[in-house]
Design a protein around this ligand. Structure first.
Ligand SMILES: NC(=O)c1ccc[n+]([C@@H]2O[C@H](COP(=O)([O-])OP(=O)(O)OC[C@H]3O[C@@H](n4cnc5c(N)ncnc54)[C@H](OP(=O)(O)O)[C@@H]3O)[C@@H](O)[C@H]2O)c1
Length: 279
């Protein structure tokens, strides 16, 4: 296991690099120039251009904006089912080898010898933690123990996956990254499981998954009261209930606004009201 000193603090906001294609490098660099220090990507060419993220990082290093040590870099292992033909591993290899090949390719894309978080993009089945998941998780632990990632996470999990991992005595993740729908109380059950075990809950699609909240008149009034945009209120609310938010913005102005939402304080009673607004 890596010494604690090698484990940088987890930032309070992550910049998400999905669906940026040929703009990935420029937007990654812009996010760093804007002040983001956490970058989320995946070795899944279908939705992410990880090599473009690496180009953006390199440009920011060259310009003296940041150094590698300032950053929290997170990427993911994606099963073949979630990929297109541009695979970062040999599909005939064992799952353990696919994990090792995927991470080796990520390190090359990102121009680093280690990442800060390696996430299982999604379990093999929506209905439980399967033997293949166990094999992949074990291989991810080996990568962590070899120092190629500092921490491990899982994504797109239901409470049942986490409970099963725990019941089977599997090492629990340090991160859970889920799509966060207001109608499920903002993933209330999974968040509670994480809170009790000190797992950091990362929430994505906070804006795109919740248009009904952002268009809800009392929510818009609340935003006006705290002098913020509805998007900013979603992010500062997320922080207030212990979520580490991701933003996928492609706009320089929204990058600034998203980071500024860290400074907005929503009174407790309004936090509770938003928490139960839709679920
Ligand atoms: N683990 C997974 O399976 C998974 C799945 C999906 C996403 N993710 C990660 O999460 C990241 C974010 O996902 P997402 O793109 O769905 O998230 P999102 O941040 O909820 O959605 C991005 C959208 O919100 C808009 N936006 C952002 N900030 C805004 C602001 N201040 N005001 C108004 N609109 C704003 C953006 O428009 P503008 O571009 O115009 O700002 C864009 O249309 C992804 O890039 C990826 O890294 C992970």
């Amino acid at each position: 296991m890596s010494p604690m000193s090698d484990r940088p603090t987890v930032p309070t906001f992550l910049y998400g690099t999905a669906w940026k294609e040929e703009r990935t490098a420029a937007l990654t660099e812009l996010a760093l120039r804007s002040g983001f220090r956490g970058i989320d990507t995946a070795n899944q060419r279908r939705h992410y251009f990880e090599a473009g993220v690496g180009e953006g990082l390199a440009a920011a290093y060259r310009a003296g904006v940041v150094t590698r040590a300032d950053l929290f870099l997170q990427t993911k292992f994606t099963y073949q089912r979630g990929q297109d033909h541009r695979l970062p591993y040999d599909p005939a290899a064992s799952l353990a080898d696919q994990v090792a090949q995927s991470l080796a390719s990520s390190l090359e894309h990102l121009g680093t010898d280690h990442i800060d978080s390696f996430v299982l993009h999604g379990p093999e089945s929506g209905y439980g933690w399967t033997d293949p998941d166990g094999e992949v998780w074990e291989a991810m632990r080996c990568e962590r123990d070899a120092g190629r990632t500092r921490r491990l996470g899982v994504s797109n999990v239901a409470l049942g996956h986490l409970e099963q991992m725990e019941a089977e005595g599997a090492e629990l993740p340090e991160f859970v990254q889920n799509r966060c729908f207001a109608r499920t109380g903002w993933d209330r059950q999974v968040r509670a499981f994480c809170r009790e075990r000190k797992i950091v809950y990362q929430g994505f699609s906070l804006l795109t998954a919740n248009p009904e909240v952002m268009q809800h008149p009392p929510f818009i009034e609340l935003a006006a009261k705290v002098n913020a945009t509805p998007a900013q209120v979603v992010f500062s609310f997320a922080l207030a209930i212990g979520i580490l938010p991701l933003t996928g913005t492609s706009s320089a102005e929204h990058m600034q606004q998203d980071l500024a939402s860290l400074q907005i304080t929503i009174p407790d009673h309004l936090v509770r009201a938003i928490e139960s607004m839709a679920g």
